[in-house]
Design a protein. Structure first.
Length: 445
């Protein structure tokens, strides 16, 4: 492996760590509130995983063609226009990384409050979340390789602990398999708008399948490593998500997860609640501590990946040049700190559900555009070198775009204000592009 570069295992670990976080541990309760049916919930998780794989194979082709850090920013400026790439990078700064970092850090604070009641409460959760963000900023502003190795260890520990929770819960926990039986219409819900809303939560949980694309320049042999890491990481997470949701439903009925059995609303700390139901309060507290540690890995992965996008944009003149400056160890430290400050601000002003819906709606637009870029570039640049080609072309990218559009449409109907926040972020990105004197007016790379 080349000196100072990251290999397949670290790249796949970054994908896994970006994916397994707030979505799976914090939004299954919201999904249950939409459906109230276990089998339909599992169908949504299976479909979400297949869509993530479709997206991963598309990004694999794009990343192998253009092995440069930046993800959608690089792909969209090539396929459409530099303005579209710049807007996607702006969205990455806010909805792609800073808000998800805040969401994972805030949930970390909430789980910490479950373990140590003295730290319970919204203010304590915010302070603990900010402390975690600052710690991860310090780590990843120091050295890329060291940060990557620490990330790989975090992620391995996360996967082992989650697999242990699944095994212990299904084999030793006090659950009820009847809670996975069809109810409230069963699988007939699949064609309903409620299923689309449920799928929206699932797609938020799967967000991060494209994480390795953001650090392509830091990968060893990115033409091979990038596609493999995207697919490997996504498959691992898909299997874990399906089994983890089976465990959740074995522990608690959809009605309980949705908060209609004496609760005040959908359960946000799903992992802690189901662990308590399976093993009792003492073991439940221990599992909550484990989940809190898993969220550390998520925050670490996003703190590492995001700044590479902003540095890439700054190198092109699409953001202030100060964000492109790197330390002697090759780390875009200014970009790390900028992202960290924004993430801390999101922790202070946002709540979990609002943050998650804002993130999902905004990111789905540019993820769909990037997957569609595979088709656009096959038409516009048919002879371009493609070390890796997307599987099931063009069926997989078309399905990804169609389902993303459906979920976004339902989100606009049901939560117009959150959609408005996302649209405002995109519009702000376009304004920034127009006002940037050194903005790239054409694509030369």
């Amino acid at each position: 492996m080349s000196k100072g570069k990251l290999g397949l295992s670290t790249a796949a670990a970054i994908v896994v760590a970006n994916m397994i976080g707030t979505g799976i541990f914090g939004s299954s309760g919201f999904q249950a509130a939409d459906l109230h049916d276990g089998p339909t919930m599992l169908v949504a998780w299976l479909l979400g995983g297949l869509l993530a794989l479709a997206g991963a194979t598309a990004y694999g082709e794009l990343g192998a063609m253009m092995p440069r850090a930046g993800g959608e920013y690089v792909y969209l400026r090539q396929a459409y226009h530099p303005a579209v790439g710049a807007m996607s990078g702006w969205v990455s700064l806010f909805a792609g990384f800073s808000a998800p970092i805040a969401t994972a850090a805030l949930l970390f604070g909430k789980y910490t409050g479950v373990v140590w009641p003295a730290l319970a409460g919204e203010t304590s959760a915010q302070l603990v979340g900010i402390a975690l963000i600052l710690a991860m900023m310090s780590l990843h502003a120091f050295d890329t390789v060291i940060g990557g190795r620490v990330q790989a260890v975090f992620t391995l520990g996360k996967v082992v602990l989650i697999a242990g929770f699944i095994g212990a819960g299904l084999l030793l926990g006090e659950g009820d398999w009847h809670q996975l039986s069809p109810r409230h219409g069963g699988l007939s819900n699949v064609l309903s708008e409620r299923f689309a809303m449920s799928l929206y939560w699932v797609m938020v949980a799967y967000a991060g399948w494209n994480a390795a694309a953001y650090i392509a320049s830091d990968l060893d042999h990115p033409q091979k490593t990038l596609p493999r890491s995207l697919l490997l990481g996504t498959v691992v997470v898909m299997v874990l998500y399906l089994l983890l949701n089976v465990t959740f439903l074995f522990a608690m009925s959809p009605e309980m997860l949705a908060g209609v059995d004496g609760q005040t609303g959908p359960i946000a700390e799903v992992g802690a609640a189901t662990a308590t139901a399976l093993f009792g309060s003492r073991i439940g507290d221990a599992i909550a501590a484990v989940i809190a540690l898993a969220l550390v890995s998520s925050v670490s992965a996003m703190v590492m990946a995001g700044p590479r996008v902003y540095a890439s944009m700054a190198e092109d003149g699409a953001l202030p040049a100060v964000l492109a400056r790197r330390t002697s160890r090759g780390v875009p430290a200014n970009a790390v700190f900028t992202q960290g400050v924004l993430a801390c601000a999101f922790v202070l002003v946002g709540d979990l559900k609002t943050l998650v819906t804002y993130i999902g709606f905004t990111l789905s637009i540019f993820a769909a555009l990037a997957v569609a870029a595979v088709i656009v570039l096959r038409i516009r640049r048919p002879d371009a070198p493609r070390p890796y080609r997307a599987s099931l072309y063009p069926i997989a990218p078309i399905l990804f775009v169609a389902v993303s559009a459906w979920a976004a449409y339902v989100q606009i109907r049901w939560n117009p204000m959150n959609a408005l926040y996302g649209g405002g972020t995109i519009l702000a990105g376009f304004v920034v592009y127009l006002l940037t004197p050194a903005r790239p007016r054409s694509v030369s790379d």
